[in-house]
Ligand binder design. Sequence first.
Ligand code: FES
Ligand code: FES
Length: 154
Amino acid sequence: MADFTLNINQRSYNVHVSPDTPLLWVLRDAIGLKGTKFGCGKALCGACTVHLDGNAIRSCSLPVSAVKGKIVTIEGLSENGDHPLQEAWKEIDVPQCGYCQVGQIMSAAALLARKPQPSDEDIDTAMSGNICRCGTYPRIKKAIIMAAAKGGAK
Ligand code: FES
Ligand code: FES
């Protein structure tokens, strides 16, 4: 076990965990930020996506000891759940079971922050690692296009 100080959603957190603990479990169990989901645990599904210095990363596969930089989770994406993507998600009613959707939004948010007006191909590439068992892909894409049209990144 060791002590780590993490910057998450613009707050500083001290945790005492094993250095090989995946960031996902530090977020969920040590800190109590349960918005980020566990899917495959092997960096294959995208359910656990968070931002590290603005990049979408798989928190299930990053040991806490390797975290260097600022983390943003879905809880910190916007103050009141009003990021343009969250608004578009609601307007289009994207989720079915909902399980994958936090990861989808976090990947999309990293894309729009990097590229506020993404092409179709940009969207497909950025979202290709996020699996949805319910097949909500067409609505996800529509919501990303809608959010981009309304100003994108926030
Ligand atoms: S749980 Fe991390 S990619 Fe699937
Ligand atoms: S909405 Fe069910 S897995 Fe994506």
